[in-house]
Design a protein around this ligand. Structure first.
Ligand code: ADP
Length: 407
């Protein structure tokens, strides 16, 4: 009667080839690394018996770091220990040759777990020694020649997997850098265009006023100086927006939170806005009073300012209504205009950095940062800002801020 020894693999069988084929297919699949390694180990175990597998990769010239270890078979009752086979790994790394050795740990001689048969194989990544693969069998038996060949094939596939992943990561990083580079170029050309416009006007009018060969009457001088003044304000606003936006990105925009009465803040805001520009048809409706919130009043004022100047800019001549009320324990501020409104497909995007609706009149200036900054400020107050709009029927911006109950 012949007995079949399960440890001995009589050359490569069809099933071995199938498993190896499946392994090489896995290596180039787009799945993430961990599940692939798990599947790879499962497939490897179907053609080659082992209790533990550990992979070490080269971190620097001298340092080998374990990147994974799995205990299977008998070893699964023990905790997979990353240090199993570490000495074997170091030896293989130094010699560049596979090694097979037995380690007998002190303790009960009957305990098979203390008798470890190691097989260490070099893993060549991109043509040079990049790591070591170590198999462990508890209590034997020793590794036979054709098993070592199978193990070598597994090491080769693992090396391919690591190489493929590294290349993929490098490619992703490169793509990201290119994208960032493109974005930076777009950004620089957009910003320089937007900064140049007011700067050009300031320079042009100032040079004109300074010409020695022309005598300007008082009215013209005043008109030119007004333009210079307005354009300088615009420039200042753009630079402030850019600074705020980069501080928000870096998380360094500080907030000075205090207990604030929104009724008072908004009344004062409307009063000042009408003093600055008496022509705007701005009205205030306070539906509920005593709206106390925790806020940085300067930053919240900046949000109202931005919503109001957008309404003036994008809905010229339209009445603008600011409402203050409450909704679900939140203070609710609404800025409503009756201008062209915002098409539904753009409604969420307008809160993104540098997003502007296409096709604006060239005279309507802006860089698309105002609403992004508003949303970040409102989020820093644990509130929400949103827009509702029907094209042609105006835009309604709503801000919700948590009421301060201790008021
Ligand atoms: P900017 O005004 O500098 O372009 P914002 O971030 O303040 O940037 O606004 C983003 C875009 O949202 C604007 O470019 C405009 O297309 C649109 N928008 C903002 N407010 C209104 C409004 N009240 N009515 C119509 N469109 C608006």
């Amino acid at each position: 009667m012949s007995t079949v020894d399960p440890w001995i693999s009589p050359g490569l069988q069809t099933n071995d080839l199938k498993a190896l084929y499946e392994i090489s297919r896995l290596v180039t699949s787009g799945e993430s690394l961990r599940p692939i390694i798990d599947q790879l180990i499962r497939l490897a175990r179907s053609i080659f018996i082992f209790d533990n597998i550990a992979m070490f990769t080269k971190q620097t010239e001298e340092i080998l770091e374990p990147i994974f270890a799995r205990a299977i078979g008998r070893g699964r009752w023990l905790e997979a220990d990353l240090t199993w086979g570490e000495t074997v790994a170091k030896e293989v790394y130094i010699t560049g040759q596979f090694t097979s050795r037995i380690e007998a740990l002190p303790g009960n001689e009957q305990d098979r777990n203390l008798l470890r048969y190691y097989l260490g194989l070099p893993v060549y990544i991109s043509g040079s020694m990049g790591g070591v693969l170590v198999f462990t069998r508890f209590g034997g038996p020793p590794y036979l020649e054709d098993q070592i060949e199978l193990a070598n094939r597994l090491a080769f596939h693992l090396a391919q997997l690591i190489e493929y992943r590294r290349l993929n990561d490098r490619l992703t990083r490169l793509e990201e850098r290119c994208k960032l580079g493109d974005m930076q170029e777009d950004f620089i050309s957009m910003i320089s265009h937007d900064l140049r416009t007011p700067l050009g006007l300031i320079k042009g009018y100032a040079t004109t006023l300074l010409r020695g060969d022309a005598a300007w009457d008082g009215k013209t001088r005043h008109e030119f100086l007004m333009i210079i003044n307005e354009e300088a304000d615009r420039l200042q606003e753009m630079i402030d927006h850019l600074m705020d936006s980069s501080r928000l990105q870096a998380g360094t925009l500080s907030m000075n939170m205090q207990k604030v009465c929104l009724d008072h803040l908004i009344r004062e805001f409307v009063k000042q806005a009408l003093i600055r520009d008496a022509k705007i048809a701005l009205s205030l409706e306070i539906k509920e009073t005593n709206n106390w919130v925790q806020a940085d009043s300067a930053r919240i004022g900046q949000v109202f300012d931005n919503l109001l100047s957008n309404a003036v800019k994008y809905a010229p001549g339209s009445p603008i209504i600011i409402e203050l009320g409450q909704e679900n324990m939140m203070a609710r501020v609404v800025v409503r205009d009756f201008g062209p409104g915002i098409p539904p497909e753009h409604m969420e995007n307008i809160f993104r950095r540098f997003y502007r609706l296409p096709g604006h009149d060239v005279h309507i200036r802006g860089v698309g940062l105002g609403l992004y900054i508003c949303r970040q400020i409102i989020h820093a107050h644990h509130g929400e800002i949103s827009v509702i709009s029907q094209p042609g029927q105006g835009a309604v911006f709503q801000i919700l801020l948590p009421l301060d109950h201790q008021a």
